[in-house]
Design a protein around this ligand. Sequence first.
Ligand SMILES: [Zn+2]
Length: 333
Amino acid sequence: MPLGRITPNRRTLLGSAAALLAAPVLLKGATAEAKAPLLGPQATTFYRFRLGEFEITNILDASVMIDGPWPIVGEDRPAAEVEQLMQANLLPPKRFRPGFTPTLVNTGSQLILFDTGNGEAGFVPPPVGGWLAKALGPAGFTPEQVDVVVLTHAHPDHMGGLLTGGKPAFPNARYVIGEKEYAYWKSGTSDSAPKDSNTYKSGQMFRTYVQPLSESMSFLKSEGEVATGIRAVEAHGHTPGHLAFHIESNGKRLLLWGDCAHHEVASLAKPEWHALFDMDKEQGAATRKRIYDMAATERIAVAAYHTSFPSVGFVERDGTAYRWLPVTYQLEL
Ligand SMILES: [Zn+2]
């Protein structure tokens, strides 16, 4: 093509390319020292998307590197097998950073919070966790705006944010929990678990954090409805009454699965591996397979509490196993 026919656009492109090439020359003689201070680790604490008429905001409650994923995932397997799976997926073999990600659903008429994070006394307390209450502001909310708080289950990293300084952190909210979950923890059965176990500690915390709120609490059956478009999905095993939730608006759907995965690679690749924090190991494994299969078959977005923030993705079938596909731009269309 003769030069005379180069379009203005191409001329502009050539011009900017020339400017880029010239840049190092212009910088000659300038100091190479960084003047700006180093800012330390960066954490984005909220992620928002539309789901039909609903608006969903995921909020990061904690960020900490811990030992694992073995034995948190694969406690019935040799550590080396889990470490090998991590290395095959370009992840550190012995350290990982779980997500702790409560989800806010604004239905247009109600603001519904799923799980409350670690609070002051959960697995990951301040300063590296228990961020939810403070992270609401930057995400555009106040604690007073929350109408409903739903608990997927009563473990410290999900119920710990119910109270701040001994008072309800969401002063205008009513509460929802699975009927079976509430009955189990209320029964006191967990008091006979070893005192250093997660089950024993959860039972103690339940008495302070959940039971006193029971007057403004409703108890869901396994397929019960939280609000129009939001219903529970039975996901027992991690705890006796653990629930997932199916959220739908205008044909757009989201599966919020609570603790159906503790690691986005290991839990999905090996759903049959036992999970340290599952109270019923076999039921937990069966639930993982069923829930992953549902997500993969129906190709719906998933809000997955313990996967890496923003803890939203999709599930792909991989032979007899599954694979987590973190969200990119799919939900922004
Ligand atoms: Zn959890």
